[in-house]
Design a protein around this ligand. Structure first.
Ligand code: PLP
Length: 384
């Protein structure tokens, strides 16, 4: 009888020894399955790639060092000088800077388009041949949505591939391959691992495309370590229950905020008022735990709200068991004026909230207190 471990073991090794020269050569060239060197493949890391592929119902998956490494390797596997990439005008800032610094500089044309407007995307695709249309299922930081089936249809009609960053949704809410995407990236630093204690990324898709991503990873070396892979594997079994509970609290918080004075608007995919509620109904299994709130008092209200909160962590990350809040105009986007912020789809009073597992009543009371402080700080002085 053989007893098997119930957790995936951590293969903490850089090298794997082969029996003889022939076996080593066969493993290195891929003629024979096996392991030689952990930059190329490692059993713990392979198990993670396979697990994320399974969550997405994908043919294949690969785990990498970070979400940015996943996007980089996916793009590298597809692009040549002279190609064009269309990216959503609202989305994670580092994806734009990577596109420009790693690919634009080497002759790839990077252009932006409002991906919430399928007509505008089609016009941009018609204007010039495009290799990649890249979108985020739920966009960072505003929580607008990508209508994946419609975008996949127009991309394919014009000979482009649709790549989707599914980080804000996670496979618990959305599996973009089911909606026509060609490759899907995840920052596993977020919901997949769930505890904000590890950096990791993944790409899933058809077997041949993942093989090309693997080649890019082997050449560039953004390899995930086995212990990090183990931590993400440990997070995955609780993904669905974390998301369910976090989404419930997020909807309660969004509903509460929407009714308060001093709030211009709340965008959460679970709210009936979401401008793309129809898209949410078609592509998401629930509203998720990310929301954005726009405070009427602008940058100062946002700053006071942010500084007054007691429970959430003031951090630019998301997808954790801890609630995390960021006010881009006073942190990551501090250098931008109102018009530059508007071009990035961000208003001065915008906060992004990633709802965690804290007690709902505690969280609502804390947010209520911060909102009162923000209103008091920005109220017009009463006439003397
Ligand atoms: C939507 C999105 N994609 C990708 C990333 C990058 O992930 P990582 O920090 O794991 O490289 C982030 C990080 O915040 C993100 O929000």
């Amino acid at each position: 009888m053989t007893q098997t471990p119930t957790a995936v073991p951590i293969y903490q090794t850089a090298t794997f020894a082969s029996g003889d020269a022939e076996e080593l050569a066969a493993v290195l060239t891929g003629e024979q399955p096996g392991y030689a060197y952990s930059r190329i493949d490692n059993p713990t890391v392979t198990a993670l790639g396979d697990a994320i592929a399974e969550l997405h119902d994908a043919e294949a998956g690969i785990a990498l060092a970070t979400g940015m490494a996943a996007i980089h390797a996916a793009f590298l596997s597809l692009l040549r000088a002279g190609d064009r990439v269309l990216i959503g005008h609202v989305g994670y800032g580092t994806t734009r800077t990577q596109a420009i610094s790693a690919f634009g500089r080497l002759g790839v044309d990077i252009a932006y388009v409002d991906t919430t407007d399928v007509g505008a995307v089609e016009a941009a695709l018609r204007a010039r041949p495009t290799r990649i249309l890249h979108v985020e299922t739920i966009a960072n930081p505003t929580c607008v949505l990508a209508d994946l089936p419609a975008l996949a249809a127009v991309a394919h009609e014009h000979g482009a591939l649709l790549t989707v960053d599914n980080t804000f949704a996670s496979p618990a809410l959305c599996r973009p391959l089911e909606h026509g995407a060609d490759l899907v990236m995840e920052s596993a630093t977020k919901y997949l691992s769930g505890h904000s204690d590890v950096m990791a990324g993944a790409v899933v898709g058809p077997r041949d495309r993942i093989a090309a991503v693997r080649s890019a990873l082997i050449d560039t070396g953004a390899t995930l370590g086995p212990f990090a892979a183990f931590l993400v594997l440990r997070g995955i079994p609780t993904l669905a229950v974390r998301m369910e509970r976090q989404a419930r609290t997020a909807l309660a918080l969004a509903t509460f905020l929407e009714r308060q004075d001093g709030v211009n608007g709340v965008i959460h995919p679970g709210l009936p008022s979401h401008p793309q509620a129809d898209v949410a109904a078609r592509i998401l299994d629930g509203g998720g735990a990310m929301l954005s709130v726009d405070l009427a008092g602008g940058r100062e209200a946002g700053r006071v709200f942010f500084d007054t909160l007691r429970i959430p962590e003031r951090t630019a990350s998301l997808g954790s068991v801890h609630t995390m809040v960021v006010h881009p105009p006073s942190s990551s986007h501090r250098a931008l004026d109102a018009s530059q912020l508007a071009a990035a789809g961000i208003t001065e009073g915008l906060l992004r909230i990633s709802v965690g597992l804290e007690d709902e009543a505690d969280l609502l009371a804390d947010v209520d207190g911060a909102l009162r402080a923000a209103r008091a700080a920005t109220a017009a002085p009463s006439p003397a």
